[in-house]
Write a protein that binds this ligand. Structure first.
Ligand code: MG
Length: 233
């Protein structure tokens, strides 16, 4: 890191700022998290971005409106603090794929999460469903030209190109972030794309938890440590 180089921070949400819950809606979001993030963004002169697999509207349902840079749906939807899109509007998820997933989920014991730009099969209630869910999602993705995202007890179909590394690069090319030393903090496999992207800018990757293998150089134990380290709690 160059002396005097400003730092930028990229943050995953689930498993990084909030503990993972049994269902996506079951998370316990610390009171005032939205305000704390905005204050952190102010201290970083705007160089803070949330980068999540959730949609922006879903996260804001828990935190209230977030006046910070943010990328939802694995980067398919990127916004500047004033809500201006950073790229062209993302494609909606194909309805025919959603119909097939809905039938599969209801007949095979998965819980389906509909997102504006993707759809996820959750199996936290029965982790033994993993192989079956992955195989089905993979053939569906191949048949429709979609990409797969695998996470902790979840597999998701998205449009190709929606990945956290692309979101990091898009923000790093924006004047608010350009020239900074990026730090990416995340817990899951999809965050590895973000870790790889910050490495291209000479940045730093921090894994939450102890998953292996990882490209991260550093780790924090859990979301409570992340919040404390960032001065958010
Ligand atoms: Mg996560």
């Amino acid at each position: 890191m160059r002396s005097g180089q400003p730092v930028s921070v990229f943050l995953d949400f689930d498993g990084t700022l909030v503990d993972i819950a049994a269902t996506p809606d079951g998370i316990d979001v610390p009171t005032g998290l939205g305000d704390a993030l905005r204050e952190l963004a102010d201290r970083l002169e705007g160089r803070l971005a949330l980068v999540s697999g959730r949609s922006i509207s879903n996260i804001e349902g828990f935190t209230g409106k977030l006046a910070i840079a943010r990328a939802g749906s694995h980067g398919a939807d990127m916004r500047l603090p004033d809500n201006t899109p950073l790229a062209a509007a993302p494609e909606p998820f194909p309805p025919e794929v959603l119909r097939e997933l809905t039938i599969f989920a209801s007949t095979h014991g998965f819980s389906l999460e509909e997102k504006p730009h993707g759809a996820a099969l959750h199996y936290r209630a029965n982790p033994d469903l993993e192989a079956q869910g992955l195989a089905y999602a993979r053939q569906l993705a191949d048949a429709h030209g979609l990409a797969l995202k695998q996470g902790k007890c979840v597999v998701e179909l998205v449009h190709p190109g929606a990945e956290k590394g692309a979101a990091v690069k898009a923000f790093m090319e924006h004047r608010a972030f350009a020239g900074s030393h990026p730090v990416f903090i995340g817990d899951d496999v999809t965050d590895e794309d973000g870790f790889a992207a910050v490495a291209e800018y000479g940045g730093t990757a921090i894994l939450v938890g102890d998953r292996t293998p990882t490209q991260a150089q550093y780790s924090l134990a859990n979301p409570a440590e992340v919040l404390s380290w960032l001065g958010l709690a």
